[in-house]
Design a protein around this ligand. Sequence first.
Ligand code: ISL
Length: 555
Amino acid sequence: MPATVTGSAGRTGPGWWRSAVVYQVYPRSFADANGDGVGDLRGIREHLDHLEWLGVDVLWISPVYPSPMADNGYDVSDYHDVDPTYGTLAELDELIAELHRRGMKLVMDLVANHTSDEHPWFVESSSSPENAKRDWYWWRDEPNNWGSFFSGPAWTYCEGRAAYYMHLFTKKQPDLNWENPEVRQAVYEIMRWWLDRGVDGFRMDVVNLISKDPELPDAPVMPGQRYGNMRESVLDGPRVHEFLAEMHREVFDRYDRDLLLVGETGETTVEEGRKYTDPARRELDMVLHYEHVEIDHGTFKWDVRPFDVGRLRDRLAAWQEGLADVGWNSLYWDNHDQPRIVSRYGDDGRWRTESAKLLATVLHLQRGTPFVYQGDEIGMTNHPFASIDEVDDVEAVNYYHEAVAAGLEPEDVMASLRAMCRDNGRTPMQWDDSPGAGFTTGTPWLAVNPNHTEINVAAQYDDPDSVLSHYRRLIRLRHEDPIVADGDFTLLSDSHPQVFAFRRRHESGQLVVLANFSGAEADLGELAEECRGELVIGSGGGPVLSPWEARVYRR
Ligand code: ISL
């Protein structure tokens, strides 16, 4: 086990994040202080009491850098400033200071796999084949057959350069060429600039895409697809570990503070996850993998499959066991790219409160660092998008048009979008039951979920049985009980048709979690012998779990 200190006393020093909880804010949708319908930094600052009350240790904010907003800020045109939509650099400095005053840290979202096509680096690179930055991006006279993650080809022709450039996302997000050492140094400089300004670390966007197979070979074309599936050539590429170790040396090793480096590593495996987070390799502290949020995908994400607790349990346990002796897990259900978990793996109708609490219990009591996404803590749900005109997200809009052009029924495509589109997680935060949900006094950039009249922070604040109070209790438990932060993990059944059950064991005792992922009663069977000790969460006691009941015993 990595050397560490434990429990609440452990929230400084090596491995401090093991007992910490991260809260993600999607600034566009969190709180709008100036009434223009878009969230902003001042709005975040005005809600720090909420985060402090919850017990949050680290705030991660999605990008607030200047951006043409082709992908809501994941297309950065200037890494050293704040977009006027969100405020000013001075306001960001104030936010950092205020967070530090309250004992919280700030993690910035760093998008360094690609920039905006309006970033000066790309403007230069695309201007001429003689330009000094000509090799800062991937240019080819002829494109290969790759498709992008967001539909359409991964290559776009540029007149100025008379060549094609690669973009794994939209054409306004050209991929940086990390093979070029100047590019890497430029990224490290940005990171040091922010750390010098006082931020406490980074969530690195799609960081397992930074190393591509330099041959850029054509990729296999799946049945029914027009472009090649480039994953084999770009995910966890040949030099990714070398680049991350270099980044660690060039950036993190120069600072003697408690920092956090989290990598978003979509579609990575447990084996790669171990390498990324092995402290001895000095790459990343933890990764945000996707395996547990893809169990309801079929051949691709819009091919929605029913929830299956067995598949979920299998993937969660694989990461718990795979990173038990080396590395560290992140724990999350939602983020700005995911539909709402209670609509997805829970029940957003009759059992919304119960299933939201169960999902929280299961997440927070695993071994790893929990990430709470804004709105999770009140059990926010998917949005009833009626037509494509109500959808903003570029991934969903592109897919809709491509699928309809290919002959799919628009209503069928909308059904997939309603279940899976990223805007489900981007509707405004529901603070209260007023028309703008307390998010804005203006017209929100994305419609507020009509259920905000019922589901909102104000309604749950003083209710000890609310989802919100439950989150607060779980966060406190992590801070106070070293079993939660440091205990090991054992899966207690790999075959129960409804129940996910596990044990956390530590020298100070053990916790047993029994969770019924269904709207029917669950007979615990052999697991009933685990119903012993002090009931930390839950009220029942017998060998049967009620619908969506989660019980936690300490002994
Ligand atoms: O599910 C996906 C792929 O089908 C995406 O939503 C996936 O989460 C995304 O490709 C990776 O996410 C990150 O990088 C993107 C940005 O749009 C996301 O918001 C960001 O989290 C490109 O920067």
